[in-house]
Design a protein around this ligand. Structure first.
Ligand SMILES: NC(=O)c1ccc[n+]([C@@H]2O[C@H](COP(=O)([O-])OP(=O)(O)OC[C@H]3O[C@@H](n4cnc5c(N)ncnc54)[C@H](O)[C@@H]3O)[C@@H](O)[C@H]2O)c1
Length: 326
């Protein structure tokens, strides 16, 4: 692996794992993190601070002049910055435009102005497909009809990247992740359950009816998929689903969260909010076809259950070790 990487949102959950993997490769030239630290944490990346191949810029993607100036001279942008709270749009409808679509526009426009980097790797999501029911979404075989403003912002981001690669001679890859889990998670269902159980180990409030069925992929598998497709794909613009291919229900996650917290699930009362989904815009069943990413030679190492068990154990540890860290 070669090059100088500019990670927008690099102090966040997934971004910090990109830092770890890239800096473990002897032939990575440099890794620069550009982050506002809104949900990103200093402790996620502090173990790299002394590395001469690593630097951090505290900045907003909204500051397009600073963004363009700082990214100049790099080879590849990994763009991860966005609103982490998918449910918030119900009370703040413009959040995903301002902290999603607009940020992606700024990233590609900064690339155009700066002239380098010429390639972008973009964290999209399964939300671009909308609610496909039991249908497994193949990248090209289902209509793109998001049911959340978060999904709409991811789809708009993909469209902008496709257009910029065509008009301004860049390259880009969009990755439609399923749910991503692992150490340093900053949000998500497992993160919520572990926190709720630490406050009240007798009762756990669960959004929806607990039967929502989704895939949860280990962050290490996501990072490997992204970098593997980056190295093996030379197309101007391409897009991949990235998930495990197996699924668990939210009630199963609640049981695993109890175990990670040292609790016997039968002794915790599960209280369901009801309805078939967690919030307006939530997609209760997410199934993604994975033939395209598999054809690049990428192999998912951890099935959903194992990825969840490891991430919940890490979250329980981090709750004790880092609850006061910035
Ligand atoms: N975690 C998942 O399950 C998942 C699933 C699908 C897609 N994604 C996408 O992957 C990306 C990374 O997700 P994550 O879970 O690591 O989230 P995260 O919130 O931990 O990381 C995002 C980072 O971006 C930074 N950021 C946000 N707004 C910014 C701004 N205006 N200027 C500068 N920095 C800003 C935050 O401080 C944070 O460090 C996001 O785009 C997310 O939508 C995540």
């Amino acid at each position: 692996m070669q090059g100088r990487y500019f990670i927008v949102g690099g102090a966040g959950f997934i971004g910090s794992h990109f830092c770890d993997t890239l800096l473990s490769e002897a032939d990575t030239g440099h890794v620069t993190v550009y982050d506002s630290f809104q949900s990103g944490k200093e402790w996620h990346i502090s173990h790299h601070r002394a590395n001469p191949r690593f630097s951090v810029i505290r900045g907003l993607v909204e500051d397009i002049d600073l963004l363009a100036e700082c990214m100049s001279g790099h080879d590849v942008v990994i763009h991860l910055a966005s609103n982490p709270d998918i449910a918030r749009a119900a009370v703040d409808p413009e959040i995903d435009f301002k902290a999603g679509t607009l940020l992606t526009n700024n990233v590609v426009e900064a690339m155009r102005r700066a002239k380098t980097p010429r390639k972008i790797l973009y964290a999209s999501g399964s939300g671009v497909y909308g609610d496909t029911g039991e249908v497994e979404a193949h990248e090209d075989y289902v209509p793109m009809t998001p049911i959340s403003t978060y999904g709409a912002s991811k789809l708009a981001g993909e469209a902008l990247i496709s257009a910029y690669t065509y008009m301004f001679d860049m390259k880009g890859i969009s990755y439609r992740f399923g749910n991503v889990v692992g150490p340093r998670q900053t949000h998500g269902v497992g993160f919520d359950f572990v926190r709720k159980l630490s406050h009240n180990p007798r009762e756990l409030h669960i959004l929806g009816d607990g039967r929502q069925l989704k895939s949860y992929i280990a962050v290490s598998d996501v990072v490997n998929a992204v970098l593997h497709a980056h190295k093996t794909t030379s197309d101007r613009y391409s897009y991949f689903n990235v998930a495990t291919g197996d699924y668990v229900t939210v009630t199963e996650i609640a049981e695993l969260a109890c175990q990670a917290m040292g609790l016997e699930p039968r002794q915790v009362k599960f209280v369901y909010a009801g309805g078939d989904r967690g919030w307006k815009g939530d997609v209760p069943i997410v199934r993604l076809k994975l033939d395209r990413i598999a054809a690049t030679g990428w192999v998912c190492r951890q099935p959903t259950r194992v990825a969840l068990q490891e991430s919940l154990a890490a979250l329980a540890r981090e709750l004790k070790e880092h609850s006061n860290d910035s």
